[in-house]
Design a protein around this ligand. Sequence first.
Ligand code: 8X3
Length: 247
Amino acid sequence: MDGALRAVVTGASSGIGAATVRRLRAEGWSVLAVARREERLRALAAETGCEPCPADLTDPDDVARVAQAAGACSALVNNAGGAVGTDPVATGDPADWQRMFDVNVLATLRVTQALLPALRASGRGDVLVMSSTAAHVVYEGGGGYAAAKHAEGALARTLRLELAGDPVRVIEIAPGMVRTEEFSLNRFGGDREKADAVYAGVREPLTAEDVADCVAWTLTRPHHVNVDLLVVRPLAQAAQHKVVREP
Ligand code: 8X3
């Protein structure tokens, strides 16, 4: 691994983001870890040697600070995001939908715009977008999240077209069921019982480390190899609605 490689990872304070920071650091990357929660970032920095960069990606000034701190980087892992609620479209709260657009789509847009000059200048840049299987299929109660993730996927595909000829790959990873400490808990407003029910009886949902492994694999292919889209699900989830649950 070229010691000069430097990545920016957003949503780095937990779950897939934190696992990605650990994995890239273990592979010798220099990593700027971005998230809102400073204490968690500091702990991750003490553990891995990443550089913590506390920031709220819905704030343009914070995004400008991230770009400043990133300096000469070659990879951006747009991992920040999340789901809010499981209401049907008929009764969904527009504020939840707005929040999901802000943290998934607009955060990715802002950070990508801010870092593109550096990624281009690296001569071997990567914009990785952590979408979801919800970027490709819809399901009942997932309207707002699927709409935001579809938009994030559209951003990635459009950007790939617009960057044709530039030395910047655009990679989308779309994970299905991943059991992390916070994704479902946040979605259900902290209701542990509802969050746990998502994974009830499912043998081996994906872990954050499984997805970090995908991130590392896509980023470390020879640079002429662009993994456009990597869909990854646990073996127990044959499709969004086809989940094997053991009693
Ligand atoms: C998470 C996958 O199935 O909850 O991005 O939409 S799902």
